[in-house]
Design a protein around this ligand. Structure first.
Ligand code: SF4
Ligand code: FE
Length: 489
């Protein structure tokens, strides 16, 4: 069954998800003005799947029964699937100018699918069967699943089991005949509140003493003992202002992160995908991170397309679009953005089948992709701010532009004065100019900067995490051999 966006939003209302924001429990979080834009954003992943022009990108065939499913629930069957994934993410970035949150589920499905197969082969466990059963449930109900990896980590110099507070990494606190009990948390979880389910994975390589921390499982978002504390974003309270519109920049969509707390949560045996096999923690982490680093070669590029478009509009509205330096800056932004896309496509095209049969991206190229993402969006944003001009951060509020308070000697209102002095090229209204500049403010340094700029740095792993992978995959010894062969050494 393919849900529509409206059905998805209604399905969230049925959950008893516990959400806290500004120190209070939020009962009706679905309609909360600070949360709703992030829900509407996920809803786009549902609505576009019903749009005939996007069927090829937005849907796939289930490996379980051949039924049409949303691509976000797909197990990649080819390099073509991997490329379509990136193209779908670029499309959604273009349509939402935001983080649409659903990719962490798709990336975790594929990592858990292949890893459980290999764990079972070594240990005779039944995790892969557990996961197939779970995948069927997810695909049949077209669910949003929050793939959750990142633990708070406490003292970064210490292993999970050596932390002063053992809860700083999520762990098994009790093993029962019918399942396990989990305690701990996952931090900065994208789309957590907007998900029907959570799929948990360990966060890093682990030793034997960390056995209780090497755990992967799935559970409903409203399971007993789970709650979320909402992550605030820069300028987020603008969303609470009455009739807020222009000042929001992106007044339609947004992203979302939260701290997810597991306060002794029971997980039944058939929802467990790893339970103490610490030697497989690395495989799960590398595969999930690899997929998510590929993802950034799609979503951030789509958002980049909107930023380039907004910068070009700002130039038009300033009457500056004919200046050669403006044209050159737009070329530079395009060059940077398409370079990121090249990396996303390349690591997909070079993908390979795992032992379980699904397709994994090329790890080196995916890590290069994400490493570039930690840099180029910053330069794209710098150029967008350059083109926009300082007005994007000094402009009066939309309430001033709409104010009918008389202030001038001829009876002009505050609105009249603002509209007179902030008028730009005759090709646009002052309000249209404001909209573009506020959008750039929002995405460069407002609430949307979480999903574009800072997420480009730290999402899917901070830059150093990619450098470790690049070092591992870079084959310096092989390259030395090449030099020696040429030089007869
Ligand atoms: Fe998807 Fe990008 Fe958001 Fe990750 S950051 S969930 S890849 S849109
Ligand atoms: Fe992300």
């Amino acid at each position: 069954m393919l849900m529509t966006g409206a059905q998805y939003i209604e399905s969230l209302r049925k959950l008893k998800t516990r959400v806290y924001l500004f120190g209070e429990e939020i009962e009706n979080w679905v309609d909360h003005p600070m949360i709703r834009p992030s829900i509407d954003c996920v809803a786009v992943t549902y609505d576009l799947a019903h749009d005939p022009q996007y069927t090829d990108l937005m849907t796939a065939k289930s490996i379980l029964n051949g039924e049409t499913i949303n691509r976000f629930c797909n197990i990649h069957q080819s390099t073509d699937d991997l490329r379509k994934k990136v193209k779908m993410q670029r499309l959604l970035g273009q349509k939402t100018a935001s983080c649409f949150q659903r990719c962490v589920g798709m990336d975790s499905f594929n990592a858990v699918y292949s890893t459980t197969f290999e764990v079972d082969k070594k240990y005779g466990t039944t995790y892969h069967q557990n996961f197939l059963k779970y995948l069927k449930f997810v695909q049949e109900n077209d669910l949003v699943v929050d793939g959750a990896m990142t633990d708070p980590k406490g003292d970064r110099g210490l292993a999970p089991s050596k932390q002063k507070d053992p809860d700083l990494f999520l762990r098994i606190v009790e093993r029962r005949p019918d399942g396990i009990v989990i305690r701990g948390s996952k931090a900065h979880q994208t789309g957590s509140i907007n998900s029907h389910e959570h799929l948990i994975m360990p966060t890093m390589a682990m030793g034997e003493e960390d056995k209780d921390y090497a755990v992967s499982f799935a559970c409903p978002t409203d399971a007993d003992g789970i709650y979320m504390i909402y992550g605030r974003q820069s300028c987020d309270t603008r969303k609470l202002e009455p009739d807020a519109d222009v000042d929001l920049g992106n007044h339609k969509y947004g992203g979302q992160e939260a701290l997810v707390v597991f306060d002794n949560v029971f997980i039944p045996n058939d929802r467990i995908f790893l339970c103490g096999e610490y030697d497989f923690a690395t495989m799960l982490v590398e595969r999930f991170a690899g997929y998510h680093r590929q993802s950034y070669g799609g979503c951030k590029v789509g958002v980049g397309d909107v930023i380039i478009g907004a910068a070009a509009l700002a130039a038009d509205y300033n009457g500056a679009s004919k200046a050669t330096h403006i044209k050159d800056k737009l070329i530079e932004m395009t060059h940077l953005n398409e370079t990121l896309y090249c990396c996303g496509i390349a690591c997909s095209a070079e993908g390979y089948p795992t032992a379980a049969g699904n397709y994994q991206i090329d790890l080196l190229l995916a890590n290069v992709c994400k490493q570039n993402v930690t840099r180029f969006p910053y330069e794209i944003v710098r150029l967008a701010e350059d083109i926009a001009g300082g007005l994007m951060v000094t402009m009066p509020s939309e309430r001033d532009f709409r104010s009918d308070l008389k202030v001038g000697k001829k009876g002009e209102t505050i609105g009249d004065i603002c509209n007179k002095y902030f008028a730009g090229s005759p090709t646009c209204t002052t309000e249209e100019r404001m909209r573009v500049l506020r959008f750039l403010e929002n995405i460069c340094l407002g609430s949307a900067a979480v999903g574009y700029r800072t997420e480009s740095m730290h999402g899917a792993g901070s830059p150093q995490a990619q450098r470790i992978m690049i070092a591992r995959q870079g084959n310096i010894e092989g390259k030395k051999a090449l030099a020696k062969a040429i030089l007869d050494i």
